[in-house]
Design a binder for this molecule. Structure first.
Ligand code: NAP
Length: 131
């Protein structure tokens, strides 16, 4: 078996990560991995805010926003982790980029349900000058 070295550690561990969605992939995969890496998950929101609150309590996430929009309006957040079904992902990527607050977005695969929407999702992330 080929063994690969671990990826380099980021220079900064306190980057403020925010999460949209509170399902399996967030609860059982992303959050345990963020914790193991020592990353700073600062806020979460979900379609159903009770689900967001339950996941926040289980993983010690300090802020639960009452809606996706409220989280996207939080200008203190730096990285956005989107984990919702693919047909809803483009609208959230678009909304995040329109606000311009997130420095980086982690989106789930599949990026969209068709190629055109996937291309659009990438294009809306480009800085305004390069569009
Ligand atoms: N599970 C995996 O192994 C896996 C692997 C790779 C990629 N993915 C991708 O990641 C996505 C999420 O996976 P998951 O396993 O976490 O799914 P999940 O357990 O079904 O959770 C889906 C999440 O999306 C939210 N959501 C559901 N319907 C929505 C809607 N109409 N509008 C906005 N948000 C909605 C839900 O919010 P509420 O709970 O608040 O209702 C829930 O938090 C999948 O659809 C897939 O594209 C999953």
């Amino acid at each position: 078996m080929i063994e690969f070295p671990p990826p380099p550690r980021p220079r900064k561990l306190d980057t403020r990560i925010s999460i949209l969605g509170s399902g399996f992939i967030v609860n059982d995969c992303h959050l345990p991995s963020y914790r193991a890496a020592g990353f700073n998950v600062a806020a979460i929101a979900s379609r159903n805010s009770e689900n967001a609150s339950r996941v926040a309590a289980a993983h010690n996430i300090p802020t639960v926003h009452p809606s996706f929009e409220a989280l996207l309006d939080d200008t203190s957040l730096e990285v956005l982790d989107i984990a919702v079904p693919p047909q809803h992902q483009l609208a959230l990527i678009r909304a995040a980029c329109a606000r311009g607050t997130a420095k980086a977005i982690l989106a789930q695969k599949p990026l969209a349900l068709n190629y055109a929407d996937a291309v659009t999702a990438v294009e809306v992330c480009a800085p305004p000058a390069s569009r």
